[in-house]
Ligand binder design. Structure first.
Ligand code: DX5
Ligand code: ZN
Length: 229
């Protein structure tokens, strides 16, 4: 692998595709699996045309999870709620560049609350928009579908955006993690990682499969193959 800051690839199952009528079982499945993080998508019906879940569900998952909670906020103006996300158990807290009026201030607040700060950006937002805000950011969530729903198809032009973001990080000698979110499958996972992705978020691919834990293992095996190639 030729990154300046090589890391192990991570797998983050997206829990919006889980069966919420047996949430505890789903959490235990992820605990026992080869997954690294729980990816939790919070949507407000304003920033995106969908509403998912909020603090009570995050707290319930936290109660049984033995892996970090990677919380992805698709909400407009998240600042008033940052502390409650911390209290609910978020380890990584990712906000959208398109949803924040003063992104550097929001990032500072997330860090002051002792969470890892993430910045997400939409498919139509150019990588260059991130140029001045990358310093001190733990994770960049590159949306490879339009946010709002699980189970969408991967937008192919995301591959060149991943490469561009990887080069930008290398140039700036920054070691932020690149998370790729949306439409990740067993077929495209290797291409995404070879382009420079570090974390694969996968909802439908994992929870829509017959044996989700085996699918997580398959994703992990793909990432190991890419890392050793
Ligand atoms: C999309 C969410 C994604 C989504 C991924 O708005 O941010 O995390 O759950 O789901 P799949 O893997 O099904 O595209
Ligand atoms: Zn997400």
């Amino acid at each position: 692998m030729c990154y300046l800051y090589a890391m192990n690839h991570l797998i983050a199952p997206s829990m919006i595709s889980a069966d919420f009528s047996k949430l505890r079982e789903e959490v235990e499945m992820v605990n026992e699996s080869d997954a690294d993080w729980f990816h939790l998508d919070v949507m407000d019906g304003v920033f995106v045309p969908n509403i998912t879940f909020g603090f009570p569900v995050i707290s319930s998952i936290k109660k049984y999870s033995r892996k970090p909670l990677d919380v992805h906020l698709m909400i407009k103006d998240p600042d008033p709620y940052l502390e409650q996300f911390k209290d609910s158990g978020a380890d990584n807290l990712t906000v959208h560049i398109e949803g924040c009026d003063d992104l550097p201030a929001t990032i500072s607040k997330i860090k002051a609350l002792d969470m890892n700060a993430g910045v997400a950006f939409n498919p139509e937002t150019p990588v260059s928009t991130l140029n001045s805000i990358l310093e001190g950011v733990y994770l960049i969530c590159l949306m490879s579908v339009n946010p709002g729903f699980g189970g969408q198809s991967f937008i192919e032009s995301s591959i060149s955006k991943i490469r561009e973001l990887r080069s930008m990080l290398q140039e700036k000698k920054l070691n932020a993690i690149i998370e790729v979110d949306g439409g990740v499958t067993l077929e495209n996972a290797a291409t995404i990682l070879e382009a420079g992705g570090d974390v694969l978020v996968a909802g439908n691919t994992v929870f829509g499969s017959e044996t989700p834990s085996n699918t997580i293992t398959k994703l992990k095996n793909i990432s190991a193959e890419v890392a050793s190639s």
